[in-house]
Design a protein around this ligand. Structure first.
Ligand code: BTN
Length: 244
């Protein structure tokens, strides 16, 4: 990972750039980085505030020899790699909100977006993109994000070297990737549980069909979320929004 790195001062989105490279047969491990995204994208068609060089905006192209349903596990070990790297450098108590948002002091500091091109039982390619709020000040956050989002700088009172962070994250990511391919999801799952946000706490689960209160129990071997409903029944969740 990171043998080939494409950097440009400005892009629409590192995801879109990586998709174009992938379609031109770019190799596994290709990394796309920019300082400013004009059309940064988040999950569920949301936009991602990133038209400034204070954060880390990056996409990694992977060509794993695995079936498509492994993609969510890969997103989870990406979250674990980022958490471990950021904790190591900043000492901040960062946690993972299922499926893949990173939180610090109750606010979001990083989001991960995984997109896949697959055929039947085989992944053609996977693009894992993540955005980390690093050196933004409170003043630079748009009004509607101030209550929900934060940056490493705001929470730690220091400026951080983005290059150094990227280097460590990519090394850590590579380690997790190989460990995952060789040994499976178990290791990631254990680590994920160590960093899980709101574990054993009450949250609101919202799916397209229902909305209920439940307590987070952890994740299963596929990376799905396990919650306990108020009637003590366990529920396995593959896709939902978690609130509190
Ligand atoms: C989310 O929390 O909704 C996911 C946000 C993902 C943002 C990153 S920034 C780098 C990459 N390029 C994009 O356009 N989006 C992802």
């Amino acid at each position: 990972v990171g043998q080939k790195v494409y950097f440009q001062e400005e892009m629409d989105s590192t995801q879109d750039y990586a998709h174009r490279l992938a379609r031109k047969n770019a190799e596994h491990g290709t990394v796309v980085i920019t300082n400013k995204q004009k059309k940064g994208r988040g999950r569920m068609n949301r936009s991602w505030e990133s038209n400034h060089p204070e954060g880390i905006w990056i996409s990694i192209l992977l060509r794993p020899d695995t079936p498509p349903h492994h993609a969510s596990q890969m997103t989870l070990f990406t979250a674990v790699s980022i958490v471990e790297s950021l904790r190591l450098i900043t000492n901040a108590d960062i946690q993972i909100k299922w499926p893949n948002d990173l939180y610090l002091n109750g606010k979001k500091i990083c989001g991960i977006l995984t997109e896949m091109q697959a055929e039947l039982d085989q992944i053609d390619y996977l693009i894992i993109g993540f955005g980390i709020n690093v050196n933004q000040t409170l003043a630079t956050f748009p009004e509607d994000l101030k209550n929900k989002s934060t940056s490493l700088s705001i929470e730690t009172g220091k400026e951080w070297n983005r290059k150094e962070l990227i280097q460590i994250i990519l090394e850590n990511f590579e380690d997790h990737y190989h460990h995952y391919l060789e040994n499976g999801f178990h290791h990631t799952k254990q680590k994920w549980m160590n960093y899980a946000y709101k574990l054993n706490e009450k949250v609101e689960v919202k799916t397209p069909k229902s909305h209920y209160s439940a307590t987070i129990q952890g994740i299963n071997d596929e990376g799905a979320l396990i919650v306990k409903k108020e009637n003590q029944q366990l529920e396995t969740i593959y896709s939902a929004e978690i609130h509190w």
